[in-house]
Structure formats: C-alpha cells, structure tokens
Design a protein around this ligand. Structure first.
Ligand code: TXA
Ligand code: MG
Length: 316
C-alpha cells in the first residue's frame, strides 16, 4: 500500500510538485532539486526567506559526485561512516545544482537519509530531492505527518511514516581538505566526526554574531506559546503551565501538564521526543506557557540545548 503511495508521490515530484515525506530526523518538504520552479514552490509554501539554502537528499553515492566537487578521501570516509544517516555535508556545488537551491551560494548541503520511505521516494522520482523541514519558517520542525498537516495543510501529498526516530535535524558540516567545520550540531557529534577523520581539524562554527547557516539564528524552531527554560529554583509555576522534563525527579513542581521526553535522561530519547513534546504543549488549549528543563551541554546534549535555547530565545 505505502509503495503505491510512494509511486504516486514520486510522480508528483517528477511533475514539479511538492511532497512531504519522513526522514529519520524530521519530515521534509521535497521537490525535484534540479527543477528551479519546483524548488521555488517550497519557499512559497513554507514562507521561507529566500536567503536560506536547502539540503539536497540523495539515495546513491553516485549523486554526490554529480552534484558536488572535491569529493576527496575525507568526504568518502564521512559518507561510509554516517550514510545513510543524519549528517549533511556541505561541499562546492556542481553546475547542475540550480542557484535557488543554494540561495546563490557556491556550496550545497547533501545528505542520504536513513529512512526507507525517503530512499524509495528518491529512487522512484529518479532525481535528487531538495527538502527543508516541512514546517512554516521559524516554527517547530515536524516529527509526524500530523505535525506537517497542522502547519502546511495545502501540501499536495504527505507520505506518512509515523514518528521519526532521531527527532532533531541532521548535523551539518562543511569540509575543505583537512578542515571540517560544524555548522549545526545534531546527533552525530564533534567527537564522532573527529573519530572518523583522525588527521583533520574539526571546528565548531557557532559564533553568536556570525551567520553561517540560518539554522544558527538565535531564534528558530519556536512554538507559538511562550517557552521558558525551567529555573529549578522557581518551584511554583504560574497557572496553566506545561512542563517538559527529561527524567523522573525526586521533586517536581506542580504543573497543569507534565511531559517526560525520557524516563532516564537518555539523550537519544530526549532528542527523539523533544519536538513532539513541544508540539503537544502547543496544541493543548489549557496550556498558556511552557517550561522546559535544560540538559548539560555535553555530547548530544549540545544539539538538544541548541534547539531548546533557540525555541526559548524570544522569552529570555
Ligand atoms: O535533518 C535535516 O537536515 C532535515 C531533513 C528534512 O533532512 N532538513 C532540514 O532542513 O533541517 P532545513 O532547511 O530546515 O535546514 C537546513 C539548514 C539551513 O539552516 C540552511 O541554512 C543550512 O542547512 N544549509 C543548507 N545548505 C547550506 C550551505 N550550502 N551552506 C551552509 N548552510 C547550508
Ligand atoms: Mg528547518
């Protein structure tokens, strides 16, 4: 049945239309990456500023070579170690990549998602698929088909693959010889990259005053209700508060609604459930403001806190 849906969705992509589809990270809003008109529809539907470049999704390593330049040993190593998976690699683009995909940059971000539906869709469409997260610009990323429907009710086709497993967007790195730069943290951490590339310098590009990837904007991925990072000293939450916690505690403040992203403070679980918890609070009419527990910024905690801080930025 789903194969049938995938075939129809692939036809929509081939005809220049848009399809929302699951990946292991978040749902994407996809178009044929080689068709600039189709790609323009993504910006229109998302209300996305045109300066924000898109990630191109592929299902075969051959596509990496036709879409980019400088595929050297380090790049191959990363693809062997992490693809299919939640790692986007930014490389100089080849001529066939339309400017609208990269917003005029001479580099393009490529990844091979670790999701059967996504891979089948790319193969059936027979073209690379440019896809940002399938949300309105600046809003929460969708981790289920329902989340996509909520924000983008007019999308032509949504492939429903249930909840995504990773739950936060891919790690983004750019690579230039033996220098690798982390542009957006994700479940693949700096030390994972360092271990894969022993003779390479790995930098964290996050400098608050320098815009490298718009995903690094201080405010991004925000829910439509006030969100505050939970201060453990302030045990009395105001009325109609929702609390998102990450592990059972001895002492927990009273809140109208409590959602645990994990029972045991497991980082992979927290990442996987983070956006779902925010969506659930956003959808609950009885909740007026949301409090969220911080996590230590170590390993995957860096990516989790990155999303939490951006979501809460407006309210700090
Ligand atoms: O997990 C993901 O990466 C999801 C799924 C759908 O694959 N996609 C995603 O796309 O998060 P999006 O568009 O929401 O975020 C892509 C980020 C943007 O912040 C964009 O600026 C950055 O990637 N980016 C894309 N191409 C780039 C490039 N050439 N140089 C620097 N940053 C780039
Ligand atoms: Mg996004």
């Amino acid at each position: 049945m789903i194969d049938n849906h995938i075939e129809k969705a692939a036809q929509i992509i081939r005809n220049g239309g848009l399809v929302a589809f699951p990946t292991e990270t978040v749902y994407g809003l996809g178009a044929n990456a080689l068709n600039p008109i189709a790609v323009a529809k993504i910006f229109e539907l998302k209300e996305r500023p045109s300066f924000d470049p898109l990630i191109v999704h592929i299902a075969s390593i051959d596509n990496l070579k036709t879409l980019t330049q400088n595929v050297d040993k380090n790049v191959i190593r990363l693809t062997e170690k992490f693809w299919p998976g939640p790692l986007t690699i930014v490389l100089p683009k080849s001529k066939i990549v339309p400017d609208i995909v990269t917003s005029g940059l001479n580099t393009v971000g490529i990844r091979m998602p670790d999701n059967e539906i996504a891979l089948k869709l790319i193969r059936a469409a027979n073209c690379p698929i440019a896809a940002p997260s399938a949300n309105k610009f600046g809003n929460l990323s969708p981790v289920s088909a329902e989340h996509v429907r909520k924000q983008l009710p007019n999308v032509e086709s949504i492939l429903d693959g249930g909840n995504t497993s990773v739950g936060i967007e891919s790690t983004i790195v750019s690579i230039d010889g033996n220098v690798c730069t982390l542009l957006r943290p994700g479940v693949i951490t700096i030390s994972d990259i360092e271990n894969a590339l022993p003779n390479t310098f790995v930098f964290n590009a996050e400098k608050p005053d320098k815009l490298i990837a718009p995903g690094l904007l201080k405010s991004h991925y925000s829910p439509v209700k006030p969100l505050y990072i939970f201060d453990k000293q302030a045990m009395n939450l105001p009325e109609s508060s929702g609390l998102i916690a990450h592990g059972k505690k001895d002492f927990i403040p009273t809140a109208s609604k409590i959602i645990y992203t994990s029972k045991t403070f497991n980082y992979l679980e927290i990442a996987a459930n983070l956006f779902s918890a925010l969506h659930a609070m956003e959808d609950d009419e009885n909740i007026k403001q949301i409090f969220i527990e911080p996590v230590p910024e170590l390993g995957l905690g860096l990516a989790i806190m990155d999303r939490i801080k951006k979501a809460a930025y407006k309210y700090q």
